[in-house]
Design a protein around this ligand. Structure first.
Ligand code: SF4
Length: 571
């Protein structure tokens, strides 16, 4: 559509958001007006308005609360926080009060996994103990009977704890190492060469940190080899429940991401950059927008940057609630204001990306490593980490750990080091039952598997995945059947629906998990369904959901078989 119309819809999601803010919903008149203004068919605008959770989940109240349903929040209260928030607000999840005063939306996830459970009241966060205090709030009963008198919640959320354990912080070079951003860009853009930037990144061995692990220099070379116009895109759609490292970077060190994107643009010859930030991270979007304005003011962005012949500017686009939008072909659709549906590859975005033009898409953590690599040299970066996987990675530990937070570590460290030495084990009185590694498309590992190193291949061989490197601790109080339902529920809610095996399969899986324990329900029914997801899913999402469920069937084999045999025996 964008190619046909030759017109970017990067403001389309903002336009729909604005219409929704006016009277709580996007109606037919809004769709018709937006279609006319953008020169799109109404059906294309309707496609977007009905796809994204922020618009599609019904009317929003004057006060809109988003509650996190991510894995760390689920573990911290076994899902009970949602019912308690419903009682406190006097409205059910997915509903709006009849007088339009308040609405409650469930989202996965808000990136407060270190301080679960969490919610956003408008754009104001509330998490952990502050939110817990609400559960016993005597106002709750009054609110139920008089919903028109909804009181403000007592708000508050802890800042993200972070530290670097490497001798030379790279991604956290600014936050921990005191390295100022924009240190290399003026020199590179005026006297450097794209080949030199490219060769340093190639020498570093840097791979994509969003989960796919593709070599960055290879992606950039492929993009640079295509005819102009070219684009660079920062992927700030950190949707993995359990991960919040990207949120930390976007909120606390946005200039480092922008400098990394500028260096990528210089290497591939792209005058335009875009960053997609998820709507669940409102502070990150604000900080990035402010950083773009500051960078323009300082002359780092704009026409003829620092007096060079190079033009480069950046646009920040805010998503509207879609996990799959983190996949690069879906992300490109979302940037253009379209439904964030995955498309088959090839052709790859390096030749057919934003508006059908050559585009290099990199995760924001990947981009944040680039200034350090250009400054200190690719060889210095390659000395960090493991020979199979050089460099460093941000790892996120969840709330159940004694010391949750973001840790920059070198690749190859044992998971046990992350769990015991950095995380300090689980807080009292909890016992570790499993660790979910790599988010909802990763896998669950038993405590006796924690000698595995933080490396993609060994984790994949063990039935997990590096993913975005989150570690969510699941304690022994969480029932196996509940965590199985949680894994399937994520798949069913977030499948983009582009292919039948995943769209239908994840829903069947959830039904099977919900029926476990009922007469006639058998755990063995999972296997044929998982095989279909493995072989017939269009993108990594379906295979990832299968990987997560399979790992649960392995780690919780005894409990799940007991639940299953109860049902096979007639309950
Ligand atoms: Fe969409 Fe799932 Fe198919 Fe991926 S596997 S294209 S998320 S329906």
């Amino acid at each position: 559509l964008q190619q046909r119309l030759g017109r970017a819809g990067t403001r389309m999601l903002d336009r729909l958001r604005q219409a929704q803010a006016e009277d709580g919903r996007v109606d037919a008149d809004d769709l018709a007006r937006a279609a006319e203004d953008f020169g799109w068919p109404v059906v294309a605008v309707t496609g977007s308005a009905t796809y994204y959770a922020d618009f599609a989940e019904g009317r929003q109240g004057r006060r809109h609360v988003r509650v996190c349903e991510g894995t760390a929040c689920f573990v911290s209260s076994q899902g009970q926080h949602i019912a308690r928030i419903e009682r406190a607000l006097g409205v059910r999840q997915g509903e709006c009060a009849p007088d339009g005063s308040v609405s409650l939306q469930g989202v996965r996830c808000l990136g407060f996994c270190y301080d679960s459970p969490a919610l956003l009241d408008g754009d104001r966060p509330c998490s952990g103990e502050t939110l817990g205090a609400l559960f016993g709030d005597p106002l709750a009963a009054r609110r139920r009977t008089r919903p028109e008198r909804v009181e403000p919640l007592k708000m508050g959320a802890a800042e993200i704890p972070y530290t670097s354990t490497t001798e030379r912080p790279v991604v956290l070079a600014g936050l921990v190492g005191g390295e100022e951003p924009w240190a290399v860009w003026p020199g590179v853009v005026t006297t450097g060469s794209p080949q030199k930037v490219m060769s340093e990144v190639a020498a570093s061995g840097l791979r994509g940190r969003g989960g796919a692990g593709f070599p960055v220099a290879k992606k950039w070379s492929a993009t640079a080899a295509e005819p102009a116009p070219r684009y660079v895109v920062g992927n700030g759609d950190e949707g993995d429940p359990g991960s919040y490292g990207d949120r930390l970077l976007m909120e606390r060190d946005p200039h480092r991401i922008l400098e990394g994107l500028a260096l990528a643009a210089f290497a591939v010859g792209a005058p335009h950059g875009l960053i997609l930030v998820r709507s669940e991270y409102p502070a990150a979007a604000d900080r990035l927008r402010a950083a773009v304005a500051q960078a323009r003011e300082a002359g780092h962005l704009g026409a003829q940057v620092h007096g060079s012949p190079v033009d480069f500017d950046v646009e920040i686009v805010v998503g509207a609630g879609s996990y799959v939008a983190g996949e690069e072909t879906a992300l490109l659709h979302a940037l253009a204001g379209l439904r964030a549906a995955v498309r088959a590859r090839p052709p790859y975005p390096t030749s057919h990306g934003f508006l059908g033009q050559p585009t290099a898409v990199n995760n924001v953590e990947t981009l944040a490593a680039v200034p350090w690599i250009v400054r200190h040299g690719g060889a210095a970066y390659a000395q960090l980490g493991h020979p199979d996987e050089p460099g460093t990675k941000l790892v996120c530990l969840s709330q159940r750990f004694r010391r949750p937070g973001v840790y920059e570590v070198e690749f190859g460290v044992p998971l046990r080091h992350l769990v015991d030495d950095l995380g300090g084990g689980l807080r009292e009185p909890y016992q570790l039952r499993a660790v979910q590694v790599g988010g909802p498309l990763g896998g669950f590992l038993a405590p006796d598997q924690l000698d595995l190193p933080l490396l993609s291949k060994p984790l994949a061989q063990a039935g997990a995945a590096l993913g975005h490197a989150s570690l969510v601790a699941v304690d022994a109080t969480v029932p196996a059947t509940a965590i199985l339902r949680h894994a399937w529920a994520f798949g069913a809610a977030e499948s983009c629906g582009a292919c039948t095996p995943c769209r239908v399969g994840t829903r069947r899986g959830l039904e099977m998990a919900e029926r476990l324990g009922a007469p006639g329900a058998a755990l063995a029914d999972h296997e044929p369904l998982l095989r279909v997801l493995d072989v017939a899913s269009l993108c990594a999402f379906g295979r990832g959901v299968s990987c997560a469920v399979r790992s649960l069937l392995r780690v919780y084999a005894d409990e799940l078989h007991r639940a299953s045999s109860t049902s096979e025996g007639g309950g």
